[in-house]
Design a protein around this ligand. Structure first.
Ligand code: SF4
Length: 248
């Protein structure tokens, strides 16, 4: 895998939390479209989709993280991996290995990690060297593999994502499912109930709509649809004791 070097790693996102993106590009090539790809193309970090899908590893990521955590000692409690790439990219063992090293580094400094992937979370995240207060999450907006091939062509099959998350939950880890961007019926016909049932074991759930393109359809119809789905999500989470954040 190609490598690059950066001058800094940690940054506070516009959403208000600390993040680390130790890879440039993402092999998953999502087509909602991927906001990170659009920005990378705009600012000259990716020529086109093929270029974006060729990830480059930040070779000095651990060194930067050590230095930046020492400098901000006690001022960061959680770091999110990742906002502009995927920490457990499919068929990219170098990315997964570096992600595990960064999470171990965060935890060794008393900082929790919040992880989100469309890949397969490694079972080793339940090892003793990792903090049990880490939040381990998957993105999941459908169970329809046809939808996945169309919109998340390089990401892991849904069943594999869920099985890995369930394994970590059974091992005592804190788990999360991120259901965003949830597709409208104009994009794919599906019921949300089976999706929620497949991840009923999680500790936390985030639900949000599809706001990146004109694909979802008429705004008024979308608002009504998302209000209805949000009600179903809230009721499900109440019944199952899941902490919910609903952004739709
Ligand atoms: S997994 Fe995330 S970063 Fe990667 S292409 Fe998909 S949306 Fe973009």
């Amino acid at each position: 895998m190609e490598e690059l070097r950066r001058k800094s790693l940690l940054y506070r996102s516009g959403l208000g939390f600390w993040c680390a993106n130790h890879v440039q590009g993402c092999a998953h090539g999502c087509r909602y479209p991927c906001y990170a790809y659009l920005r990378a193309r705009r600012y000259g970090r990716a020529r086109d989709e093929a270029d974006w899908r060729r990830p480059r590893l930040v070779a000095n990521a651990v060194e930067l993280l050590e230095r930046e955590l020492a400098r901000r000692h006690g001022r960061i409690d959680v770091v999110h991996l990742c906002l502009t790439t995927d920490p457990f990219m499919v068929d990219c063992p170098e990315v997964s290995s570096l992600s595990l090293d960064l999470i171990a580094c965060l935890n060794a400094h008393g900082v929790r990690a919040s992880v989100l992937t469309k890949g397969v979370l490694p079972a080793s995240l339940a090892d003793q060297r990792f903090d049990r207060r880490n939040t381990l999450g998957i993105s999941l907006v459908s169970l329809d593999e046809g939808f996945r091939s169309r919109f998340e062509p390089g990401a892991a099959p849904y069943g594999d994502r869920i099985a890995a998350l369930a394994r970590l939950h059974a091992a005592g880890c804190r788990t999360l499912v991120h259901i965003e961007p949830y597709p409208t019926p104009r994009i794919v016909r599906q019921e949300i109930a089976p999706l929620l049932s497949a991840v009923a074991f999680v500790d936390e759930l985030h639900f949000g709509g599809w706001n990146y393109s004109t694909l979802p359809g008429d705004t008024t119809d979308c608002s009504a649809f998302y209000r209805e789905q949000a009600q179903i999500v809230r009721a499900f989470c109440r019944t199952h004791g899941i902490r919910a954040t609903v952004g739709a």
